[in-house]
Design a protein around this ligand. Structure first.
Ligand SMILES: Cc1cc2nc3c(=O)[nH]c(=O)nc-3n(C[C@H](O)[C@H](O)[C@H](O)COP(=O)(O)O)c2cc1C
Ligand code: SF4
Length: 520
């Protein structure tokens, strides 16, 4: 029997040496004359264990990790190329029993790290394409209804109900409509989009095809950030395979529906993740935010009705169309339905992707699942929702992971990235960084963001120097108020969240300093 050895080709695993491990495994197989093959899978998202090598045995898979190339020979001594395994310090046993994986509810990421990302047969064997098969047999309005009833909300940041967006596009009578997938993934601590594009690309293709069938769009674009060359390569290869197999093309799965798609690579601007900037960029223009209205759903790409959804929103649709709206809706709390791939990063012991139903508390995620800080020092703060998200102090760690609960605490879930900081973090520096980030990434279209962020840096620098601290902190609050309510998009509008949360929750980091008179 041929033994299958899985070695991830996901960017995270590659960064940790997976390619060298794969080469070493290949050499051992040939030198030992073993009947074994290597499958390059995606990552399971347990990044502190990557590269994680798995072997298929009659009793199921066993894993080893984190594996370095120098460990490979000893792993073979312990039975890596065989179906029986003896003790090895890197032996992890059944990967699904590792608490970090065992505690998850994997709906969207069900196949990620398990299947061969570029095998459509493997995808089908693990439940793939059932959602699309159901969709092509349904009326578009019924597909939209099912997505609406599932309670799915956009995972890109704003949490807008996906079904309602689709309905707006469906209701337009234009001759051409588009599905645009936002894979710009610019938020700090986020990698869910990349992981699924590299680990299970067909689920995104299936989700986009369903969106096309549901709204009458025949063409899709995936806008992937420049920094994701592996995701670009995997998506391009998967699209070719899907086209060849008739999943894409003039007759999707043999139905009268036409749908095809292409990958477009961004040029590396955070603001190009904002949907209207992204559309400009896709059209070959400068990535500047467009004023709304018109909504992209009515006048989007090339002036035509366009669904713009995040990768995870679209990749969550196949399971909804396969198992039904009720099944998906059963998970979660309040108005946050289904599951969310939480990405735990920063100074944390067990960083990785943890898909769970909404409702876990921030403390459970950071302390129990993440295992606290990597440095072993106490956790001081966590920034949730990327660079525009608020800093949460430990006092707010009982906040459940839910859109409304986070908004009630002046925070946001965003794309569900969490950056953990230990007690050595200087929150004044973090507040300054937020303003600086906004200044660097601003598209420049509106004044509160373009000028406000620069004034914000200068004023926080005065606070740091102890110059008229109270007066300057009041000025920062006033400035944040103007940015929040006067900015055209959430880059300027949400920068006040990290700034004001740092000031309000960690006032000790903003003084007391010796009061100095202003220089002028
Ligand atoms: C400055 C800025 C950057 C953004 N970056 C992203 C991004 O990288 N990926 C993403 O999906 N949404 C991003 N968004 C949100 C998008 O504008 C939009 O809400 C989203 O693509 C809609 O998809 P969804 O409804 O599936 O979340 C960003 C928004 C702003 C204001
Ligand atoms: S808030 Fe900033 S990024 Fe957004 S439109 Fe205004 S200048 Fe551009």
């Amino acid at each position: 029997m041929t033994v299958t050895i899985y070695i991830p080709r996901d960017s995270g695993a590659l960064a940790l040496g997976a390619e060298k491990v794969a080469k070493a495994v290949e050499t051992e197989i040939s030198e030992r004359g073993l009947d074994a093959k290597i499958v390059r899978n995606g990552s399971r998202g347990l990044y502190w264990l990557e590269p994680m090598v798995e072997v298929e045995t009659p009793a199921g898979r066993v894993a080893y990790g984190p594996v370095k190339a120098k460990d490979v020979a000893s792993l073979f001594e312990a039975g890596l190329g065989l179906t029986t395994h003896s003790a090895h310090p890197l032996f992890l046993g059944d990967p699904e029993k590792i608490p970090f994986l065992a505690k998850q509810t994997r709906l969207t990421f069900a196949r990620c790290g398990i299947t061969d990302p570029l095998s459509l047969d493997d995808y089908r064997a693990h439940g793939g394409l059932k959602g699309l098969e159901n969709a092509v047999a349904m009326a578009p309005a019924d597909i939209v209804k099912q997505v609406t009833e599932s309670g799915l909300r956009g995972r890109g940041g704003a949490g807008f109900p996906t079904g309602i967006k689709w309905k707006t596009v469906l209701d337009q009578t234009d001759d051409r409509k588009y599905i645009v997938c936002n894979a710009d993934e610019g938020d700090s601590a986020t990698f869910a989009d990349r992981m699924i594009m590299e680990g299970d690309p067909f689920v995104l293709i299936e989700g986009m095809a369903i969106a096309g069938v549901a709204t009458g769009a025949t063409k899709g674009y995936i806008y992937i950030r420049l920094e994701y060359p592996h995701a670009v390569a995997t998506m391009n290869a998967a699209i070719g395979i899907a086209r060849q197999a008739g999943v894409l093309g003039v007759n999707v799965l043999g139905s009268p529906n036409a749908f095809d798609m292409e990958v477009r690579v961004g040029a590396g601007a955070y603001v190009c993740g904002e949907e209207t900037s992204l559309l400009n960029s896709l059209e070959g223009k400068r990535g500047v935010v467009r004023a709304k209205p018109p909504l992209p759903a009515i006048q989007g790409l090339f002036g035509k009705p366009t669904v713009i959804n995040n990768v995870i929103s679209l990749a969550s649709v196949p399971i909804i169309m396969d198992k039904g709206a009720e099944h998906y809706k059963d998970f979660g709390m309040g108005r946050s339905r289904g599951t969310i791939p939480i990405q735990i990063a920063g100074n944390v012991k067990h960083g990785g992707l943890f898909e769970a139903a909404f409702g876990l508390s921030l403390g459970e995620i950071i302390d129990d699942i993440g295992g606290g800080t990597a440095t072993g020092r106490p956790v001081k703060a966590a920034q949730v929702g990327g660079p525009l998200g608020a800093y949460f102090p430990r006092a707010l760690f009982d906040t459940p992971f839910d859109y409304e609960a986070f908004a009630a605490k002046d925070g946001l879930i965003g794309h569900a990235g969490i950056t953990v900081f230990d007690e050595s973090a200087d929150m004044l520096k973090q507040a300054r960084f937020a303003m600086e980030f906004c200044a660097v990434e601003s598209c420049g279209k509106c004044t509160p963001c373009r000028i406000g962020s620069v004034r914000g840096i200068e004023t926080l620098d005065k606070v740091a120097q102890g110059v008229e601290r109270d007066k300057n902190l009041a000025l920062v609050a006033d400035l944040c108020n103007t940015m929040k309510f006067g900015s055209l998009c959430a880059l300027g509008g949400f920068t006040p969240y990290p700034v004001m949360s740092a000031i309000n929750h960690f006032p000790e980091d903003f003084g007391p300093h010796p009061m100095k008179e202003a220089a002028e």
